[in-house]
Design a protein around this ligand. Sequence first.
Ligand code: SF4
Ligand code: SF4
Length: 63
Amino acid sequence: MSLVTITTRCTGCGACLLTCPEHALRPTGRLDEPLVALVELCTGCGECVEVCPADAVELEAVR
Ligand code: SF4
Ligand code: SF4
């Protein structure tokens, strides 16, 4: 289950990929989908939310 959702506001700038300390974000390789998607490494730290210039990252509350 993903803690982070990348929405269609994503411009593919790559800032979140470079920032994530867990390397949990990856390009999808699909032009019709947001350009990054989460793999199973996310800790919910929120750094990708802070760095995204497009406000494209939505972080679920950690249960
Ligand atoms: S919340 Fe933290 S660990 Fe999860 S994808 Fe964002 S930067 Fe990476
Ligand atoms: S920082 Fe935001 S706009 Fe840039 S690739 Fe990540 S989700 Fe997309």
